[in-house]
Design a binder for this molecule. Sequence first.
Ligand code: IPE
Ligand code: IPE
Ligand code: MG
Length: 246
Amino acid sequence: MYTEQVDKTRLPHHIAIIMDGNGRWAKKQGKERTFGHHAGAQTAQDVVKAAGKLGIDYVTLYTFSTENWNRPAAEVQALMSLLMENLVDKLFMEYDARFRVIGDRSRLSPEIQDAILKLEESTKNNTKTCMVMALSYSSKWELTKATQDIAREVKAGTLRPEDITEETIAQHLDTHGIPDPELMIRTGGEERISNFLLWQCAYSEFYFTKTYWPDFNEEELCKAICEYQQRQRRFGKTGEQVEEAK
Ligand code: IPE
Ligand code: IPE
Ligand code: MG
């Protein structure tokens, strides 16, 4: 069991997950894609609970991308209804988890925007895992917005171009204050980033699994963490340097 093999002293602080494969999981059983999204929402809850149990500080779930707005209207509508159903604080209180959203909220309905604000507020003093939901999110959108904000500050004279550092950029992203993910998981068999956390993933370890998201679980999460713990993170140095510094 991978759940027993995880080294609790070397956990990643932040795990980002591209939850993919809901549609194919449903189709495989002759069901509508939406059926897969419902099952996937349950998996998301289970995984946040498992991450909390392990003591992971942040779990970012790619829930709806900027590009997903281009799906058939009925599917977008179904995903939005499902989202609304899940924006309740009961589970977060049960798991003592915080909630935070990254992405372009302005494209979401006023009801959803309101529910997000309420949930962020009511969970802000919780102490376990922070569940970061990427909603109407894409990395290129986030970086474009950050660039506009920085340009405005330069124009207003409150920031000098030569004072712009990597930290300045990080602070202008929706993820400000959140450590970069050490581990990035993608379920569903595709091996691509799909416009997710491009800046923040600069040095993440990637873990791909063919498992469709609704079939992902605590054991699979621990398997990914175990594999992450086997990797040597060199950050440009040599393997010998990394070993010596231990
Ligand atoms: C991921 O599952 C959920 C969302 C992108 C909203 P998909 O809906 O992409 O499932 P597949 O990739 O079609 O199987
Ligand atoms: C990525 O999945 C977005 C989310 C998981 C929310 P997609 O299924 O939309 O990704 P692509 O389009 O196949 O790359
Ligand atoms: Mg997909």
